[in-house]
Ligand binder design. Structure first.
Ligand SMILES: *Cc1c(COP(=O)(O)O)cnc(C)c1O
Length: 395
C-alpha cells in the first residue's frame, strides 16, 4: 500500500460514481439457485416477490427483468392506446417516456419543482385532455413526489397513477411506503440502484386483475407460468391469451435480490449517513446548493444531486465534472431533460425553454458518488475534491 503523505493528499485510485454492494451472501444464494438446477423464474423469484411485497406493503409484486418492463406492463394493463396521452416530466431517464411511445401514445411533459425536481402537481390540470389516461411521477433521487396532490387530480379526472420508483427504495411519503398505494409502482434493480439484481425490476399493485394481467404479459401472454407447468402439480397444458413479452426475472437474479433486500436497511442507512456528511460541508458553501429533502418523507438517497451556483464560479458544470475527474472522483449528471434529446425535440418541436426549470436545473446539476460500499475515506476524498474545485474557481 502507498501511504506516503504526498500521495494521500490526492486520491491515487479513481473513485467510481457508483458501485454495487454485493458480498459472499449474495454469491452463496446465487450458487444455491444454480446448483438447484432451477435457474429461471421459480422458487427464488416467488420468495423475492413475497418478501418485497411485504417490505413495501403491496398486495402483489411481480418480479421482472427491468423497471422499464414494469412501466411497459403497467401501461399495457390499463389498455393504453395509440393517440392516448400520459403525463410525466422531462426531468427523467429515457425509460419513463419511451414506454409511452411503445403504444404510439404521447408523453405530455410538465415541468418540475425547482427545489425537489419532482413533477409540479399544480400544472397537471392545464395539460389534461380527454385523451389523458395516466400520470407517471418520478420520485427523483429517492425523494417522493407530492403524491397526495397528484392523487387528487387523478381521482378528479379518472387517471391512473403509475410511480416510476426506480430511485425510491426504500422510501416513504408522509409515512406511507412508496409501493403501497399508487395504482402501480415500478422499481428498478439496475446495477447502480439502491438494491440490485444486475438487471431487474419489480411491479407492485394492489389490484388483483391488474396483477394477473401483468403476470401473464410478462411471460408470453401465457395463462400459466412455466414454473407451474414443469412441477409435479403442473400440467403440460397452457393457453396463449395475448402476444405477451419476455420480461420474467431469473432465479439467479432473484437470489441476489433476496439477499440485497435483507441488506436494504443497512445500505440505506449508509447512504443517509453519506448524504448528511455532504450536507454538513456543502450546505454552507455559497457556490453549492444541497439537494432538497422533506421532513414528512423518507429519502432513499439513490442520488446526491448537488447543484452549482454558476454565478459564484468561473467554470461551468462540464468543467466542474472535468476538475473532479482530474482529482479521481467519478460523477454523473441527472438528467439531460428528455425534451432536449433529438427524438423528442424533433417529434414534438420542443424548444429548450418549453420546460424552463428542467432546462435551467440540468445545466447546474452534478451527481456525487453515494453508495454503501464507499469508505469514510472515500467520502472525505469527495468532500476535499469538491471544496478544492470551488476554492480554485470561485468567481
Ligand atoms: C434506472 C431508471 C429507470 C429504468 O430502470 P431499468 O431497471 O434499467 O429499466 C427508469 N426510470 C428512472 C428514473 C431510472 O433512473
Amino acid at each position: 500500500m502507498i501511504t506516503t503523505p504526498e500521495l494521500i493528499e490526492k486520491r491515487t485510485a479513481f473513485l467510481p460514481f457508483a458501485l454495487p454492494d454485493i458480498g459472499d451472501e449474495e454469491l452463496a444464494e446465487m450458487a444455491e439457485a444454480v446448483a438447484s438446477g432451477w435457474i429461471t423464474t421459480g422458487p427464488k423469484t416467488r420468495a423475492f416477490e413475497a418478501a418485497f411485497a411485504e417490505f413495501v406493503g403491496a398486495k402483489y409484486a411481480i418480479a421482472v427483468n427491468s423497471c422499464t418492463a414494469a412501466l411497459h406492463l403497467a401501461l399495457e394493463a390499463i389498455g393504453l392506446k395509440a393517440g392516448d396521452e400520459v403525463i410525466t416530466t422531462p426531468y427523467t431517464f429515457a425509460a419513463t417516456a419511451e414506454v409511452i411511445r411503445y403504444f404510439d401514445a404521447r408523453p405530455v411533459f410538465v415541468d418540475v419543482e425547482p427545489d425537489t425536481l419532482n413533477l409540479r402537481a399544480d400544472l397537471l390540470e392545464d395539460v389534461i385532455t380527454d385523451r389523458t389516461r395516466a400520470i407517471i411521477p418520478i420520485h427523483i433521487a429517492g425523494l417522493a413526489a407530492d403524491l397526495d396532490a397528484i392523487y387528487a387530480v387523478a381521482e378528479r379526472h379518472n387517471l391512473v397513477v403509475i410511480d416510476d420508483a426506480a430511485h425510491s427504495f426504500p422510501a416513504t411519503y408522509k409515512g406511507r411506503m412508496i409501493g403501497s398505494e399508487s395504482a402501480f409502482t415500478c422499481f428498478s434493480f439496475y446495477a447502480t440502484k439502491t438494491i440490485t439484481t444486475g438487471e431487474g425490476g419489480m411491479l407492485c399493485t394492489n389490484d388483483e386483475a391488474w396483477a394477473e394481467r401483468c403476470r401473464i404479459m410478462a411471460l408470453h401472454g401465457i395463462s400459466k407460468d412455466a414454473w407451474k407447468r414443469y412441477t409435479a402439480e403442473g400440467s403440460w397444458y397452457y393457453e396463449i391469451i395475448a402476444p405477451g413479452y419476455k420480461y420474467n426475472m431469473t432465479d439467479i437474479a432473484a437470489a441476489m435480490g433476496l439477499v440485497q433486500l435483507r441488506k436494504a436497511e443497512a445500505m440505506s442507512a449508509r447512504r443517509l449517513h453519506i448524504a448528511e456528511r455532504y450536507h454538513a460541508v456543502f450546505g454552507p458553501s455559497a457556490a453549492l446548493e444541497i439537494p432538497a429533502d422533506r421532513a414528512d418523507c423518507r429519502h432513499a438517497w439513490h442520488l446526491y444531486m448537488l447543484r452549482l451556483h454558476l454565478d459564484q464560479l468561473r467554470i461551468d458544470r462540464a468543467a466542474f465534472v472535468g476538475e473532479l475527474k482530474a482529482r479521481n472522483i467519478g460523477t454523473s449528471v441527472h438528467f439531460i431533460p428528455l425534451h432536449l434529446h433529438p427524438y423528442y425535440r424533433d417529434l414534438y418541436h420542443f424548444e429548450p425553454e418549453d420546460f424552463p426549470v428542467s432546462y435551467r436545473e440540468f445545466q447546474r446539476e452534478i451527481s456525487l458518488p453515494i453508495y454503501s460500499k464507499m469508505t469514510d475515506e472515500d467520502v472525505d476524498d469527495v468532500i476535499a475534491a469538491v471544496l478544492d474545485v470551488v476554492d480554485q474557481y470561485r468567481a
